[in-house]
Write a protein that binds this ligand. Sequence first.
Ligand SMILES: C[S@@+](CC[C@H](N)C(=O)[O-])C[C@H]1O[C@@H](n2cnc3c(N)ncnc32)[C@H](O)[C@@H]1O
Length: 282
Amino acid sequence: MVDFGENTAQGEFWNSKPGQAWVRFDEAMNERLSNVTEHLMKAVEPLSFNSVLDLGCGTGALSARLTQDYGPSLRLLGSDISQIMLERAQEKNKENHNVTFRQGDAQIDDFGGERFDLVISRFGSMFFDDPIKAFSNIRQAMSKGGTLVFACWAPYKENEFFYLPRDFLREYGDETSKPEARAAGPFAFCDKEYLNEILSASGYKNIKIDEVKTTLATSDTPEQNANLLMKVGFGARVIRDLNLDEAQISQIKEQYMAHAIERQKDGMISYDALIYLVTAKA
Ligand SMILES: C[S@@+](CC[C@H](N)C(=O)[O-])C[C@H]1O[C@@H](n2cnc3c(N)ncnc32)[C@H](O)[C@@H]1O
């Protein structure tokens, strides 16, 4: 049994229904996050690296993309706390013999004693009970002068994918506050000053935090989009917590669909997003 230590709550979360939902909607989420992938790929273009750690790699889309672009000489380890998501990552990367996956809590794992020139993450670095301990631990696994590159969410109110579905949930008794900054979760690092403090205190240098406006877009039908919103993201978490009956659930789905129909343009449903693209040296 893998030790989730201080991140037991995250371990339980990602190894249960939310992890299963990410597997079920794997391709659909990757389509929505593809602009973010492109920003990360562009950020690593000028760097030279032979070994990569994909931190909180989830279902392994970024790992697959890196090996596709950088070829079989690249050694890559995908690390994640969720066994369910790693199984999907493994399946997706089974032809890539230079890629291995490892379950662990990145806050305490030793990543098999390996050293990495590049640590990269697409939204997999915000779920630590003790971020300074986690980022210090990750830095220990980096080569001297290695680079950390990751994408995380800027404030909630700038990210339609998260807050628009919530607008419909108020009438069902959603009084949950918006996700907290500085607490493990998608918006843990939405305060740039705090993020900078965490990385400095963890021993990183040349910290750069760029704001990037982007979109989460999909060619899904409004119904497919509604199905995803019912299961993935902060709204889905609220729906789970509200313990709604079948009628209420289908009513919310109808509302999501109607809303998506209104927004759909040229076959695409698109959500404005603001992310931070972070780079730092070990
Ligand atoms: C929002 S998902 C992103 C997954 C993937 N990077 C992607 O872009 O599709 C967050 C990921 O972080 C992983 N995670 C959460 N807490 C973790 C921890 N303490 N150590 C390692 N991985 C963690 C989750 O299991 C999940 O796969």
